[in-house]
Design a binder for this molecule. Structure first.
Ligand code: BG6
Length: 488
């Protein structure tokens, strides 16, 4: 049974007419409302700098948000009651004196205040300062969207400034991957079963792959993406978070800090990749024209908002090592990119082969024992093993134990944003990134960012619809392995 959240919250959405509000946040709030998970007196206050009035804004929500809501058909009555929760405030977030309007709108009734900053990072500090000056921060929560900064220095500056106004326990840094059902299932799989834990270490694991591949290109975000690139957009946050969950020690409990302490230990134990190792361990690529599912797509350079001579990477593959007793010497291969061969996110754990085969060479073939955890587009786990083919001989063949979660659990999955927004409203911090985690991740990617900024060579090009530059395959071949889709 869905439980309505605690009473009396005011959810203040800065960037109320922005892309994120339109695509993710308002649809997620609607879904929570529809599912009866929001307290009846919870209010949404959308803030933006437009000339719209209240009814004009509701018209905008009708036109732009409604078509983006997935799932069952929208019931008119439910939609209307959702719109009734919304108040629109036109406000220039760069003008602190304008925040008195917000204070009046909030009134005294709503103790539980949530300020969601769905704006560019440049506005994070001005908005937080103005909220502080307007006396609105006590007991409030602030949600910061990614990207939080552009590098370690800028994210530290933002964290310092926001930290002068809000305590760490009031700050919710979003990484929407942590809100995905499949990602939380990693905790269940690892720490709810005794089955995997004894094998989850260097003695038994040969290598691990983490892939987050997209078919989409930059989707009208060329301007933003060209300043960002895949390392900042995906690796610094989503991939390193996934990796830290895969590699972490079992936490004492699922309390926010117990979990975040263990993830932090992994992030701090990442072996630095420096100097010449960057060229050996990191591959950056950029897509050119090609076809996705038979439909021609343009080159990255031809996307609106992208500089014609841009060297921004749309693909990264890298080898990462964790310097601790559990993982010393085990390569983690991380890979992400746009315009790749399929939309897929998966974690592949390759176990070592038997130390001696009495059954011929097949049993010594790498990858015979493997756990594949698929996160997207569907959730599944597959355990690969060897079995005997029926007959007189002892011929081995790969077989699978497969579990498709959507067949087992037939109920609908909650979108990551819906889950995370409900967590903010309820004050659950476990699925949000703590400052030290975020800074450890920036610290680790910093030498790569710096190296690329000074390199003369452009990223390696790859055709849209493929699996990235050949160098990404060569990276694994040097470790006697290959990406999962390259296996025959
Ligand atoms: C976002 C990135 O954080 O994640 C996007 O900014 C990317 O570039 C998106 O497309 C991928 O998320 P998902 O949930 O579609 O895998």
């Amino acid at each position: 049974m869905n439980q309505p959240g605690p009473p009396g919250f005011a959810f203040v959405l800065f960037g109320g007419t922005g892309d994120l509000a339109m695509r993710k946040i308002l649809p997620a709030l609607y879904a929570a409302h529809r599912d009866g998970m929001l307290a009846p007196d919870g209010r949404i206050i959308s803030v933006a700098m437009t000339t719209l009035d209240h009814s004009g804004y509701l018209g905008w929500v009708d036109e732009h948000v409604k078509p983006r809501i997935s799932g069952t058909a929208i019931d008119d009555g439910v939609w209307r009651s959702f719109l009734e929760r919304i108040t629109y405030v036109a406000l220039d977030a760069g003008q602190p004196e304008a925040f008195s309007v917000l204070r009046e709108t909030l009134g005294a009734a709503h103790g539980r205040r949530i300020f969601y900053l769905a704006t560019g990072p440049a506005l994070f500090v001005p908005i937080c300062s103005a909220l502080g000056t307007a006396g609105l921060t006590e007991g409030a929560r602030v949600v910061l969207e990614k990207p939080l900064g552009y590098d370690l220095e800028s994210s530290t500056a933002i964290n310092d400034a926001v930290g002068r106004i809000f305590n760490e326990e009031q700050i919710y840094r979003i990484d929407h991957y942590l809100g995905k059902e499949a990602v939380q299932n990693l905790f269940a799989l690892r720490f709810g079963n005794s089955l995997f834990e004894p094998l989850w270490r260097r003695e038994w694991v040969e290598s691990i792959q983490i892939t987050v591949a997209e078919e989409l290109g930059v989707e009208g975000r060329g301007n933003f993406y060209d300043q960002t690139g895949a390392l900042r957009d995906m690796v610094q946050n989503h991939l390193l978070q996934l990796m830290s969950i895969v590699a972490m020690e079992p936490p004492r409990s699922m309390d926010a800090d117990a979990v975040r302490d263990e993830k932090l230990r992994v992030l701090r134990a990442l072996k630095p990749v420096l100097g010449e190792q960057i060229r050996q361990s990191v591959v950056r690529g950029q897509y050119h024209a090609g076809a996705i599912n038979g439909v021609s797509v343009p080159a990255y350079h031809a996307e609106p908002g992208v500089r014609p001579e841009s060297r921004t990477e749309t693909f990264v593959a890298l080898k990462v090592e964790v310097e601790n007793w559990r993982w010393a010497g085990v390569p983690f291969f991380l890979r992400t990119g746009k315009r790749l061969g399929a939309r897929v996110a998966e974690i592949v754990v390759n176990f070592r082969t038997v130390p001696h085969s009495a059954l011929g060479p097949m049993a010594l073939r790498p990858g015979s024992n493997r756990l594949t955890i698929r996160l997207q587009p569907t959730e599944s786990i597959r355990l690969s093993a060897l079995a005997k083919q029926p007959g007189l001989g002892m011929t081995l063949q790969g077989v699978y134990l497969d579990l498709a979660f959507d067949q087992f659990f037939q109920q609908d999955r909650m979108e990551a944003y819906q889950r995370l927004l409900l967590d903010v409203i309820a004050g659950r911090l476990a699925l949000f990134v703590r400052r030290d985690e975020q800074e450890a991740a920036w610290r680790w990617v910093a030498p790569i960012i710096d190296d690329w900024a000074t390199q003369d060579t452009p990223p390696r090009s790859y055709s849209s619809g493929t699996w990235g530059p050949a160098a990404a395959s060569a990276l694994l071949a040097r470790h006697n392995t290959c990406w999962l889709e390259e296996e025959n």
